[in-house]
Design a protein around this ligand. Structure first.
Ligand code: ADP
Length: 417
């Protein structure tokens, strides 16, 4: 008999499938979602794939790791379900009836999460030219779970849909208007699922309805972007047609002069538009400037070690990374007319690096922002106010949770099941 008290959340990438299982507890007022297990399959299609599952055990997780060959996403989905059954997160296939999928690009078609049917799949498919690195693996993940658990219902939750409220003068590029009307060239923005979580959290923390929240949120992970939220809606964001635009990232360039493409094709032997685009995505950002790593922890370590061969380069990479973020914060403060309830740092770097938060705040010269050093460094579980009372607006570090948003949307859209 089918059980309907669990939701599986899937985030499928080109060589990985991340998953989380939530139990739903329905009370009279509203449901609560408790994580039962999480993990990932990595190195799909590469030798020695890895399956990691962490099973909830009170407030802790017990981790199990298996190295096995996983040739494709179907085998990856099989490993996920077999692992969930083996470690008793679910009893059997009947325990999974609702699956929420993270979808990166919904283009102009999807301004909210959707129950997946053939039309939705073909809509996501038609967005592949806009997200050739992200949408195909997400669709592969979807199709693998559809095959494996035919009775399950699926929901797509898009990173772009939160940004569909950005006004036209901010989402348009100043290119021939037909590029927009004929080819959908515009700013879409990403990390919208994370921004929705932060917005929900801010509304609770500040005891305000979401529709009254005005904030600048810095989602600083390996991929990084920033969002101005006005009256609970995305008003501006740094990523564009693709996630390559905006901030300097782990290995992505962020904004550059678009003529660089043509110039590099002229001056570099064998360079093509595709190879330059690949370098801008995979060999630029912190990695490109530091010349040794896309991981901020490595770059910081090298920038603090005078004997490191990339000491100077690493210092430069951090300076550039921080300056660009500071400039965006100032721009968005202006966009929001200084009516700001909070500045938030989130994702791997934003949540964890007191050094980067400190450098960013020190780089902002035309707003009066002040951190409390001990708070900036303090350990925390969920969120922490890290600014001084004299700060022009409060500054928070908040741990994001994209999976819970996917779980909530899946529940809400499939409530009748
Ligand atoms: P993504 O989800 O975009 O792959 P994450 O949100 O996991 O990225 O963030 C990865 C980044 O966070 C890396 O640059 C990593 O160095 C950085 N990071 C993670 N933990 C810490 C930490 N404790 N201190 C500094 N940086 C950290």
């Amino acid at each position: 008999m089918l059980n309907h008290n669990k939701i599986l959340v899937i985030n499928a990438g080109s060589s990985s499938i991340k998953f989380q299982v939530f139990r739903i507890d329905e009370t009279k007022h509203q449901p609560t979602f408790t994580i039962l297990g999480k993990g990932l399959v990595e190195r799909i299609g590469i030798k020695d794939s890895n399956f990691i599952i962490e099973v909830a055990n009170g407030n802790d997780f017990t981790k199990h790791e298996v190295v096995q060959d996983i040739k494709d996403h179907v085998a990856g989905a099989q490993a996920v379900i077999a692992g969930l059954i083996k470690y008793q997160v679910i009893a059997n296939f009947d325990d999974i009836t609702r699956i929420g999928h993270r979808m990166v690009h919904g283009g102009q078609k999807f301004n909210s999460s959707m129950v997946i049917d053939k039309t939705v799949v073909s809509g996501i498919d038609s967005c592949i030219p806009l997200a050739p690195l992200h949408n195909p693996p997400a669709l592969k993940g979807l199709s693998a779970f559809q095959k494996l658990i035919p009775h399950a219902h699926h929901v797509a939750v898009f990173d772009t849909s939160f940004h569909t409220t950005i006004p036209q003068e901010k989402f348009l590029y100043s290119v021939p208007y037909e590029w927009y009307t004929d080819h959908e060239v515009r700013r879409y923005g990403f990390h919208g699922i994370s921004y929705r979580y932060i917005l929900e959290k801010l509304a609770i923390v500040m005891n305000k309805p979401q529709t009254k929240v005005n904030a600048i949120v810095c989602h600083l992970g390996n991929g990084a972007s920033i969002c101005a939220i006005k009256d609970g809606k995305s008003y501006n964001t740094s990523m564009g047609l693709t996630p390559l635009d905006g901030l300097i990232m782990g290995s992505r360039s962020g904004i550059i002069d678009p003529s660089i493409h043509n110039y590099m094709c002229d001056v570099k032997k064998d360079a093509t538009i595709a190879s330059v685009t690949n370098d801008l995505n995979k060999a630029s950002g912190l990695l490109g400037i530091s010349q040794h790593s896309s991981d901020l922890r490595d770059v910081i370590a090298a920038s603090e070690d005078k004997n490191h061969p990339k000491y100077i380069q690493s210092q430069l990479a951090i300076k550039m990374f921080v300056q660009r973020i500071a400039n965006y914060i100032v721009q968005y403060a202006n966009d929001l007319q200084n009516n700001i309830d909070a500045l938030v740092f989130t994702a791997g770097i934003g949540e964890n690096s007191f050094i980067i938060r400190d450098l960013i705040i020190n780089e902002i010269k035309i707003l009066t922002l002040k951190l409390v050093d001990s708070k900036n460094r303090d350990k925390y579980d969920d969120f922490l106010l890290i600014s001084d009372k004299q700060s022009q607006f409060p500054i928070y570090k908040i741990k994001t949770n994209e999976e819970i948003i996917i779980c909530q949307d899946t529940y809400n859209l499939l409530i009748s099941i």
